[in-house]
Design a protein around this ligand. Sequence first.
Ligand code: CA
Length: 642
Amino acid sequence: MTDLDKNVIPMAKRIIMALIATAALCVNAQTPMFNEMSYSAAQTDFNFSGGDKAAKSVTLRIYRSGDSAKPFKTVKMKKSGTAYKATVTGDLKGCFYTFDAGRGEFPGYFAKAVGVNGRRGAVVDLADTDPEGWAKDRRPTIAMKNVILYELHHRDFSIDATSGLEHKGKFLALTEAKAIKHLTDLGVNAVHVLPSFDYASVDETRLNVPQYNWGYDPQNYNVPEGGYSTNPYDPCVRIKEFKQMVQALHAAGIKVILDVVYNHTFNTDRSNFTLGGWDSAYRHRADGSYSNGSGCGNETASETPKFREYMIESLRYWVEEYHLDGFRVDLMGVHDIATMNEIRKALPEDVIIYGEGWSAGECAYPHEKLGMKAHIKQMPGIAAFSDDLRDALRGPFSDDHKGAFLAGLPGEEESIKAGIVGCISHPDVDYAKVNYSKEPWAQEPTQMISYVSCHDDMCLVDRLRSSIPNISDDELIRLDLLAQTAVFTSQGVPFLLSGEEMLRDKKGVHNSFESPDSINHLDWSRLETKPEVMNYYSRLIAMRKHHRAFRMGDAELVRENVRFLPTEDCMVAFVIKGTNVGDSWHDILVVLNANKEPRTVDVPLRSYTVVCRNLLIDEKGIDRVYGNKVVVPAQSALIMHD
Ligand code: CA
């Protein structure tokens, strides 16, 4: 459009354009659709956004207790547009409420505080839930390329006596000096907590009885889980303790990332959405049945304007109220690409977003529009887990007994190379030979999460035992450390399952989502009995942190400065041109050898400082070697630089 054209836009059209611009602003404005309860000492306003169709009537009930007794006040809510409103005068702080749109009582779609087991909303003043100094709490500034993720379940982490932690299985465990020291000794800078919003499977009224669940059974998306608080009956306690956890981790320079599960609800017929009449929150098949892309009985409809808005408001709320640093999106492949991009835009730039780039069943939405790993290039600023690297190292998800690179089986080298470069296009990587991705799927290396194990299926120790018959203890540790060396020298964003540094096992259980503590707990005594594992991990992480060559964060730099060397089977060798990316090390040579015997690799004729060899890491150097060949000990990594 020329300047002349601009000048001749008729006035009417200008007014329409201005109106459109204003409307666009309204969508992006902070006026929430789901502000269901606003408290003041004089009155409390209730606002239920309604279901798909107008309800005959919506009733608000006010209670003195979160789980028992009859309501002391019942109010017929007034229809206002598509929403229902009621104002109750007097000070309701400490009271509880439910909505009833004709299908039974529920706490609303967006309760920010609830009673025990999340069945009633709670009237609270959120200011009462702020720990001392909360106003000064800030998200640590750590660029995505520098992030080191540590995935933990609250109960796994602290429940065992060997943890020495006081608040076993609670948010508060992560405020304790011993826990923080362990994380900082290890060197991780982002703790990813498994679902910690209110989930359904743990009965909060029986916390004296050991109960376990991962928490992928959402009940109330915008309230912390009561089972992880010291008192699930007092609605303020779980909120305050969650904030204390965030505050303590932030003070140690550690980000907090929440695993979010918007892709399905635990209940279908009795979920908050269904009880509110919001049936379109779910995707349905042509025959009207619930689509089940989550594998849990239903799947939500992120592409609908209201559910999209719900996800955005919910995530924004966790960032603003709880100061969260990022989100791990469960089954991101159930959500649509457009919504993921809207979420990216709605959240501050430094908030981390990564997800599982797959679904757990067929979705009632076109595959090409879903947030799958193969579509990550269409979602800038969002990352996905690399099952390519994971399975190339340890073997496929579908068969625990099947090994791969670590088991000394050839054929996975190209997939590991793809993982090393962050699954971007690279002249030395032939994607035709990569296990799952026949083309590079990441635009930038920071869009790939590099890992060998997570809470799902077997942890690394179990997998090695399962896939390598008669593996010796020595071999187990060698391969464990080799696997993590691949993960932590990848240009992707490294991710560690909590307890791997303690050589954790889950007694061979593949799906431990509701297994007892005896399976899931971390045994902290292994830090003493197997200190070499923690020692290696922490030194490996420190090396990554001290050397930007391992975390360039830019696809072009990776293409220019990472070169793979020819090797025999079951080996991957590469050179990183350190000085080109501002590293103090010149050329860095990394060799991963999964063979049961030492192997010799041809290298450029130089004098090298060896910093990692035969399970020892020391950045200052453990040896000096000169020549054009180097021997790499069996089942281990060699790293050296000139
Ligand atoms: Ca719960």
